[in-house]
Design a protein around this ligand. Structure first.
Ligand code: SIN
Ligand code: FE2
Length: 202
């Protein structure tokens, strides 16, 4: 790890993963996406999201015209693949928890993808932290407070950075304004992958 930043209550572990670890994680995520293909979900209002996503774990996060929720199956009907052991090891190292995450949500950001400010609040218990890992191109991560419309600050997340959203950060607004397409060579065709590990507890 290069540096530990605390931005509001978000813990940002810069350079947490070595280059080898990033490549290993990427191979594992590709294997997940071969079983459970990435999809571009729509919002409740039918608007396509700019990110593509899939999940691993007991539950996967999905969005469609019925809303946001966790489901035990991919929209195509298969069970989500198990969370790769490398990712569970990372979770244990960062959180020091015995409880394993139920969901590893995998988001892919292409050139113009972004994610609006939101809270992660579809889980049943907000005492567990959410751990986020960034791979590939840099993304401008915006951090707010627990109220919509409050002040925010931003940090560029780079490949190998880990963010822990626990405690007061657990229900804080966050989002990704844009990525710097082509800024990393980890993904041969460019783009950014972010995974978030969540205890869903439903
Ligand atoms: C998310 O909030 O689910 C994703 C955050 C990120 O892409 O860094
Ligand atoms: Fe989120």
């Amino acid at each position: 790890m290069n540096k530990r930043l605390k931005i509001r209550d978000f813990e940002v572990l810069k350079g947490f993963l070595s280059s080898d670890a990033q490549h290993g994680l990427l191979d594992d995520l590709r294997a997940v996406a071969r079983v459970a293909p990435m999809r571009s979900p729509v919002t409740r209002w039918g608007k396509p999201m700019s990110v593509k996503m899939t999940s691993a774990g007991r539950l996967g996060w999905i969005s469609d015209r019925r809303g946001y929720r966790y489901e035990a199956e991919h929209p195509d009907g298969m069970a989500w693949p198990p969370i790769p052991e490398t990712i569970l090891a990372l979770w244990r190292e960062v959180t020091e928890l015995d409880r394993e995450p139920d969901c590893c949500l995998i988001n892919y950001y292409g050139e113009d993808a972004r994610m609006g400010l939101h809270q992660d609040k579809d889980e049943g218990d907000f005492d567990w932290p959410v751990v986020s890992v960034s791979l590939g191109d840099e993304g401008l991560f915006r951090i707010g407070g627990t109220e919509r419309g409050g002040s925010t600050e931003s940090v560029w997340l780079q490949s190998g950075d880990v963010v822990v959203m626990g405690g007061a950060a657990r229900l804080a607004y966050h989002g990704v304004d844009r990525i710097r397409f082509g800024s990393s060579r980890l993904l041969p065709d460019g783009g950014r992958i972010n995974i978030t590990l969540r205890v869903v507890d439903l």
